[in-house]
Design a protein around this ligand. Structure first.
Ligand code: AMP
Length: 297
């Protein structure tokens, strides 16, 4: 595995491979790798001849009061894991290499970033879009794999790619969870045993929401009530809990029947002590949509 930090050398390497007719897949990460990241890497492996994994804790996507400084960093272990998976390049630029003095460009995607995380993390998705377009260009990737765990991020990057005619495919990957249902996240490392137990209220809430959705007349309000039953507790604080349509990520009004929403998804951000966790679940499986011709946006 090549370990590169220079964007220029990364791009030259990628261009050489492209000239040889190789297909490149990129998996962007911020490191502290877990099985969720590794699943994306395996998917990338099956899609391309060369796999590039980036590790870059992107300062642009953290707000001033967020956890940039204490974000977990475990480069040696990460590098060993990627080597074992047969990754071709680990690309990890320094902050100065990726954002040299005088860097002033920002890429901004509107509308899809107005709700959910975008509402509470001003500038976050601008930071994500900016770093991703730099990573796409630097690695010359044909495809980039992103987890549904960060569903709004995935939708923003799909939109960016379509709007700017980027010559790469954005490939979604399902969320990987622990056996007890908690979505894997680098930030789970912040949790004490007691806090991890409290965090299990999240998969219980999404399961309750799915259960409530089983009723053909279920409304958004009923589904949200089933979920908030688990999340309104002394150990957890809801930042947002919304049912949205995947098409526009706009929260749907409470009286709306779930059965009338196109691609309904429950999205949430929950504080467990000082740690903010996000998760989401599709409320109606895509295969079921095939026999529901009356669905609308
Ligand atoms: P991060 O390092 O948190 O920026 O995540 C890098 C990539 O891994 C993003 O595309 C995330 O959506 C994805 N990812 C993180 N956690 C999971 C998970 N539990 N399952 C699937 N993908 C994930």
């Amino acid at each position: 595995m090549l370990s590169l930090s220079s964007p220029q050398v990364m791009q030259e390497t990628a261009l050489r491979w492209k000239q040889e007719g190789k297909r490149l897949a990129l998996v962007p990460t911020m490191g502290a790798l877990h099985e969720g990241h590794l699943a994306l890497v395996r998917a990338a492996r099956s899609l391309a001849d060369k796999v590039v994994v980036s590790i870059f804790v992107n300062p642009l996507q953290f707000g001033p009061s967020e956890d940039f400084a204490r974000y977990p960093r475990s480069f040696e272990q990460d590098s060993n894991k990627l080597e074992e998976l047969g990754v071709d390049v680990l690309f990890s630029p320094s902050d100065k290499e990726f954002y040299p003095d005088g860097f002033v460009t920002r890429v901004s995607v509107s509308q899809l970033t107005e709700n959910l995380c975008g509402k509470f993390r001003p500038g976050h998705f601008e930071g994500v879009a900016t770093v991703c377009i730099k990573l796409f260009n630097t690695t010359q990737a044909d495809v980039a794999v992103f987890g549904e765990k960060d569903f709004q991020q995935l939708r923003v990057l799909q939109q960016l790619s379509a709007d700017l005619n980027l010559p790469l495919g954005i490939i979604p990957h399902p969320t990987i969870r622990d056996a007890d249902g908690l979505a894997l996240s680098s930030r789970n490392r912040y949790l004490s045993d007691t806090q991890r137990n409290a965090a299990l209220r999240i998969p219980k809430a999404t399961a309750a929401a799915l259960e409530a959705t089983q009723s053909p007349t279920a409304t958004v309000a009923q589904v949200l009530m089933a979920a908030s039953h688990w999340l309104e507790s002394p150990d957890t604080r809801i930042q947002y809990l919304d049912v949205v349509s995947e098409t526009n990520l706009v929260p749907v009004s409470p009286e709306t029947p779930i059965s009338t929403i196109l691609l309904p998804r429950l999205c949430l951000a929950i504080w467990v002590g000082p740690t903010r966790l996000i998760d989401n679940v599709e409320l109606v499986r895509r295969t079921l949509l095939l026999d529901s011709p009356e669905r609308q946006v």
